[in-house]
Design a protein around this ligand. Structure first.
Ligand code: GH3
Ligand code: MG
Length: 522
């Protein structure tokens, strides 16, 4: 597995050093400060077998070795090479890289546990299967560690606080070289033990009792990554040469889609269709300037937060400040450094995506929030209308949830809500929508799914979730679900569909809970 953090930090240093050279390429001291970053990246790439980074870096290192009196020409060559290196770095650091290396996201990820008494953890092993993980439990730590490496485990949980922690730490140091994340597990957590764990690069610390939702919560971010949609970059510039050159640089990145535009008057239409994550905007164009275009864009509510990066030969601070005040986010000064171009575009796009995510997500569970789930339901109905297919819409609610809060406390209640959110997300198909309507009420939009299939799936999920044990300080408990389901085209509008599913849910509650009811055929 790849140490992304280290690659990332080397890359950031390298880019900083490059920015300094960009301002004055004739200063050989600046080049001398830049070269070690490239060397470090090469060493790491070789150690970790990252052949793409290695091959992209090679011509750069060869050039750096030959430099005697560096200048503008060398700067131009390196600037052409850097985006390729960056593309390789991005590929390796992408969330899917490890999953793909492990043989695809479909195989069940393995978690290895090294514990004193293996038999005490069998139940957790069964529970973790409900969350899509295979737990392998060992009381022989060395054997377990070897198994973790062979099985390419995503995580290793190591019980500490035993008499021989020093020997265990030596094993962990070995394990750390292979990359799976490790988590400490202990009955008590003294500061000294926590310190030992972090000094040996632990990823987290669990106290017993360790529950399946807690473990799943901790390892979920290491796996089940969905492939991000490519970033969309719109470039508005009246010079075909500039457009072609920027496009060529950005197209080296498989996760960037570009669209170019030469006529400012079409900008709103194109933004509406293309929905960019970043707009690169020429500052001086025929007929109008970038500042005016930015103002027009910002007056449109839909685009008020799309990042705008000006492309300009303007170096006057006054003009740049004025432009930033009018809705710009950044400047790239012509001639544009390709390395800076890709860095700026990707960092702005990432931030914008992050912001948008916050707007549509429910903060407790990361599921779609009420508003977004409804929008997606509406889209699903329109699509089903066009394609003459079916959409099923389910509403789910935890039974007697108030008792959970009253008996075990609100934070245990929150954990149950999160456990259900994760469970639903894992159970449905990737294209299906899972949302939280607030409280302990959830919705699912099953795309292109017959009412019978959706009903059966929902019933399976209800049964499986009823088996999940939720832990609290004094032990564990389980909860049940009720659900109601309705479908398009039996109900033709979103409003009717929502009411029908809601009524079916309440029929399920009245029928004694822990069951799924279908809406009556109208
Ligand atoms: P029923 O089987 O009829 O659904 O009974 P219930 O107790 O689940 O239903 P009710 O609607 O009476 O209570 C829901 C409770 O959920 C009330 C509220 O305190 C709790 N709740 C709502 N949102 C949250 C949350 O975000 N976290 C936690 N822990 N509790 C919540
Ligand atoms: Mg309830």
């Amino acid at each position: 597995m790849v140490n992304r953090l280290e690659i990332h930090s080397i890359w950031s240093g390298l880019v900083q050093a490059w920015k300094v050279i960009w301002q004055d390429a004739a200063d050989s001291q600046r080049w001398a400060a830049f070269a070690p970053h490239c060397d470090r990246l090469m060493v790491l790439a070789r150690q970790q077998g990252l052949t793409r980074i290695e091959s992209e870096l090679l011509p750069l290192l060869e050039l750096l070795q030959k430099l005697s009196r560096p200048g503008e020409e060398d700067k131009a060559v390196v600037d052409r090479l850097l985006p390729g290196v960056f593309a390789a770095v991005r590929e390796v650091c992408s969330d899917n890289y490890d999953a793909e290396a492990r043989g695809g996201a479909h195989s069940m990820p393995v978690i290895v546990m090294l514990v004193q008494h293996a038999s005490a953890w069998q139940e957790l092993g069964l529970q973790m299967e409900q969350y899509g993980y295979r737990l392998q439990i060992f009381s022989n730590y060395r054997l377990g560690m070897q198994a973790a490496i062979t099985a390419r485990a995503i995580a290793v949980v190591v019980e500490l606080g035993t008499s021989d922690d020093a020997a265990v730490m030596a094993l962990i140091d070995e394990l750390n070289r292979y990359g799976p994340k490790w988590f400490a597990l202990a009955r008590e957590a003294s500061f000294a033990l926590r310190l030992t764990a972090v000094r040996h690069a632990s990823h987290g610390f669990f106290l017993t009792p360790l529950s399946a939702p807690m473990l799943a919560d901790a390892v979920d971010p290491l796996t089940f990554k969905t492939k991000d949609e490519p970033y969309r970059v719109l470039i508005l510039d009246d010079s075909p040469t500039v457009l072609a050159s920027i496009r060529k640089t950005l197209n080296q990145f498989p996760n960037i889609h570009t669209q170019t535009l030469r006529q400012p008057e079409q900008v709103l239409d194109v933004m509406g269709e293309f929905s960019p994550d970043v707009l690169l905007l020429d500052f001086h164009m025929n007929g109008c300037n970038g500042l005016e275009v930015a103002k027009i864009i910002r007056q449109n509510k839909t685009f008020e937060s799309v990042p705008i990066v000006y492309l300009t030969a303007e170096t006057s601070e006054h003009v740049q400040l004025e432009a930033m005040r009018n809705g710009g986010d950044d400047f790239l000064t012509k001639p544009i450094s390709q390395a800076q171009l890709v860095n700026t575009v990707i960092s702005k796009a990432e931030r914008y995506r992050g912001l948008r995510k916050l707007m549509v997500e429910d903060s407790l569970t990361g599921l779609y929030n009420h508003v977004k789930a409804k929008t997606l339901l509406q889209q699903a109905i329109l699509m089903a209308e066009r394609q003459k297919s079916t959409v099923s819409y389910a509403m789910l609610d935890i039974d007697h949830f108030k008792r959970v809060n009253d008996t075990y406390g609100h934070s245990v209640g929150d954990k149950v809500i999160r456990a259900l959110a994760r469970f639903l997300k894992q159970q449905v198909r990737r294209a299906d929508v899972v949302g939280r309507y607030g409280g302990e009420e959830f919705v699912i939009v099953f795309f292109d799914c017959t009412p019978d299939d959706a009903f059966e799936k929902l019933n399976e999920m209800r049964e499986a979730f009823g088996l999940v044990q939720h832990t609290y300080e004094g032990g564990s408990f389980s909860v049940t679900l009720s659900a109601g389901i309705a479908n398009f085209p039996a109900y033709l509008t979103m409003g009717e569909l929502v009411v029908a599913a809601d009524e079916a849910l309440y029929a399920a509650k009245r029928a004694g809970r822990n069951c799924v009811m279908r809406a009556a055929i109208p």
